[in-house]
Every structure is written in C-alpha cells, then in structure tokens.
Design a protein around this ligand. Structure first.
Ligand code: DGL
Length: 287
C-alpha cells in the first residue's frame, strides 16, 4: 500500500469547503464525460456525498499511453482520498482499462470501475452471446472487454470497434447533427453486420449519444450504459457492507473539481445534469 500524499491545490481551491470527517464517494474521469456516472450515482444514492474530479487539463486519455494514464490515475486517487473518499469510482473506460488493478492494489479503499458492471449486465441480457463493444482507442487496444467477457463466457463472440471521433463530437455538443449520425452509422456498420444482440457503450461520453446509437444499431439490440451499471454496483456494495454505508457522510453538497475550466466543459456538464454546475479548478500534479 502506498502512502497517501496531499495533493497540491491551486490558489482557487476553496479551503472553506474542506471539512474534516466528511467521507465521500470519489469519482474521476479524464474530463466531464464521467459526470454521466456521477449523475447515475447521485440518482441512485441521493443521500450520499460525492466528490468528482475531471482531468480537463490533460484530457483526452483515450489517445494516451497506459503509463501516462496510470500516472494520472494515481495522482487523482491521492487527491480524492485527501478529500475524504472512502470509495473510488473510475468513471473513465480508458483509465479503468489500464489502471484499475493498479489502483486496487495500491490504495486501501474499494475501487469500482465502469467495465466490470457493464460486462455483467451485457452477459445477463445477451441471448446470442454476440456482444459489440465501442470505446476509445486506448480502451479497445487494451482488449480488456474481450478478455473479461471471454473469461466469463468462453463461447462469447466479442466485436470491438474504436470510435475516436465520438468524444470530440459530444464535447462540441453535436448530439443531433447529420455528421454525427453519418459517423455513427459508419462505426456501427461492422457490429450490425456481424449480428450483435448487445452493445456495450464502453466510453463515458457515449450515453449522451444513446438516442442516436439505438436506432442505428437496431432497436432490438440491448444497449448497455456503463454509467448506470456501475451506480447499481456501488449501491449493492453498500447494501452488503453496512459499515461502509454508515461511514459515508449523508447530506451536504457534492463537489465537482476539474483541472481546467473551459466553456465546452461547462456546456457538456450542463447537458449531462440539466443544471449549471459549480466547477472548482484544482491542480493535482506534483504529488
Ligand atoms: N472518459 C474517456 C473514456 O471513457 C473518454 C474521453 C477520453 O478519451 O479521455 O474512455
């Protein structure tokens, strides 16, 4: 177990918001896409307090090396633990695909990630065992979905498709544009052609495109949203671990930290939550 160091906070860090003995669920992502997970956790566990960190200064993770992603994931986890996190949720498929084992081994708290619950959900609903996975290049290249699905079900057929253009389209707010529909059709074509009956949205941004994905892959295909799947898993964990449930603080404000604040991020956060979020800028580098 590594020692937990204090993160260096930027001058804009609101010190009055740090309270001792506040124990929270810590959630992180490379940017604001992971807020789809934070929102799902908020809805499922409204009484619990969350601290979110979005690494907007260093996003995207999907095109970075595993070594770099692991370094960032460690820094962020240390930051969240110092903000009272008792549970860590990796709300980023790219980070989860390369850093979840490492974080679980190095930090003394339960670590949840978006991949395992999405796979469980996919395996529970597929009838044909033909499962499609879409994600960033880092996630698809890591082969984690295919390896874990085939470990759980040897005869499953997994068809994976990297979709690098989708994150920028979501961040631009192009959620209903003709160009987005065309690109989606192109990405989904091989999965449709190979007859998948279940499609895992293996990226935190993709739930925002679900309304376009479902009709294009086929409305009969089960579309698995990892944000709700991981929220369900955390809820179940708390039901089975009353000591942790009790240890977490109830009520109070959820805090949303980011390493940079941009207009696009504000707009995406607003789109996800349907309300304006107070984004607090903080620097977690140099731990
Ligand atoms: N959050 C990332 C993921 O779920 C997408 C954005 C990025 O590439 O950083 O894979």
């Amino acid at each position: 177990m590594t020692q937990v160091h204090f993160a260096r906070a930027s001058s804009s860090y609101p010190k009055n918001k740090i309270r001792r003995h506040t124990f929270v669920i810590g959630i992180f992502d490379s940017g604001v896409g992971g807020m789809t997970v934070a929102k799902a956790v908020e809805q499922l566990l409204p009484e619990k307090r969350l601290v979110y960190f979005g690494d907007l200064a260093r996003t995207p993770y999907g095109s970075k090396s595993p070594e770099t992603i692991c370094k960032y994931a460690r820094q962020i986890t240390e930051f969240l633990l110092n903000r009272g996190a008792k549970i860590i949720v990796i709300a980023c498929n790219s980070a989860a695909s390369v850093a979840s084992d490492l974080l679980a081994a190095e930090f003394p708290v339960p670590v949840f990630e978006v991949i395992t619950p999405a796979i469980e959900k996919a395996l529970a609903v597929t009838a044909s065992n033909r499962i499609g996975v879409i994600g960033t290049r880092a996630t698809i290249k890591s082969n984690i979905y295919e390896a874990k699905i085939r470990q759980a079900r040897r005869d499953a057929v997994v068809i994976s498709q990297p979709c690098p253009l989708l994150v920028p389209l979501v961040e631009e707010g192009w959620l209903d544009k003709r160009e987005t529909k065309m690109i989606l059709r192109r990405y989904l074509h091989p999965l449709k052609h190979k007859g998948v009956d279940t499609l895992v949205l293996g990226c935190t941004h993709y739930p925002l495109l679900k309304h376009l994905i479902s009709p294009r892959i086929g409305n009969q295909v089960n579309v698995i949203d990892s944000s709700t799947a991981v929220a369900d898993m955390v809820k179940k964990y708390l039901q089975n671990h009353p000591e942790m449930d009790k240890a977490l603080s109830n009520g109070g404000e959820n805090l949303y930290y980011v390493s940079d604040v941009t207009d696009a991020a504000r707009a995406t956060a607003q789109r996800i939550f349907g309300r304006n979020l107070d984004l607090i800028q903080v620097d977690v580098e140099g731990n």
